[in-house]
Ligand binder design. Structure first.
Ligand code: DX5
Ligand code: ZN
Length: 221
């Protein structure tokens, strides 16, 4: 499959969200990543389905919804209604992740699953009937602009081996501190879906920043 560059709008300027997002799309963004935080699962609050709906109205790209919330089952239908194409709950939250990924898949959108940096990779094994993407956090979730955790590269390579054994079509996504400095290494480790917040929306030239990330991965495909 072709790699995906998914800018995270958490680092966009919300006063000019449309301009920022359209610049990212002109640069070649394949998806927009939406970080949903409830202030309980992670120590930060972000935004909800309304913003996802707005993105759905102003763009045609895939909407990638990362749920950092304690009660995903309650909100999954609302995000689907708002236009989510791929929804990633976390395996660590206090609920039955199996039920959540089943619910997402039953409602007809793509299900993914997210693993925090300290979570054993084995936890994805029983979920592979339902998910087509596993998201590896390469920072502790909650905030944009954090430093990439170097051991994430090894985790991605290990997860790739596990998935190749179990279900080779499952894609690895990576989120946190992704930039031009590490995207080639992440590709080599096995990631194909790259989420980048501050490296895109923190740049003066948003369009150029996406284009650069994209050209690195395209050069490796
Ligand atoms: C962190 C979020 C990330 C974040 C990425 O909890 O899941 O998606 O926005 O931002 P950067 O790329 O700046 O680390
Ligand atoms: Zn995210």
């Amino acid at each position: 499959m072709k790699s995906i560059i998914a800018p995270s709008i958490l680092s966009a300027n919300f006063a000019r969200l449309e301009q920022d997002v359209l610049a990212a799309i002109r640069g070649g963004a394949d998806a927009l990543h939406c970080d949903i935080m409830d202030g309980t699962f992670v120590p930060n609050i972000s935004f909800g389905p309304m913003v996802v709906r707005t993105l759905n109205e102003i763009t045609d790209v895939m909407l990638d919804v990362h749920l950092m919330i304690v009660n995903p089952d309650k909100y999954v239908p609302k995000f689907i209604e708002a236009g989510a194409d791929l929804i990633y709950p976390h395996v660590e939250a206090p609920y039955d992740i199996y039920r959540t990924v089943q619910l997402i898949a039953d409602l007809g959108v793509r299900a993914g699953v997210t693993l925090n940096p300290g979570t054993p990779l084995e936890t994805v094994r029983p979920l592979l009937d339902y998910v087509d993407t596993v998201l590896i956090m390469s920072v502790c979730p909650g905030f944009g602009g954090q430093k990439f955790i170097p051991s994430s590269l090894k985790r991605i390579a290990e997860l790739r081996r596990l998935l190749d054994e179990e279900k080779p079509d499952v894609v690895i996504a990576v989120d946190g501190g992704v930039s031009n400095a590490n995207i080639a290494d992440l590709y080599r480790a096995g990631a194909r879906h790259f989420i980048a917040g501050s490296a895109v929306f923190g740049a003066e030239d948003i369009e150029g920043a996406v284009r650069e990330l994209k050209s690195v991965v395209q050069g490796m495909e």
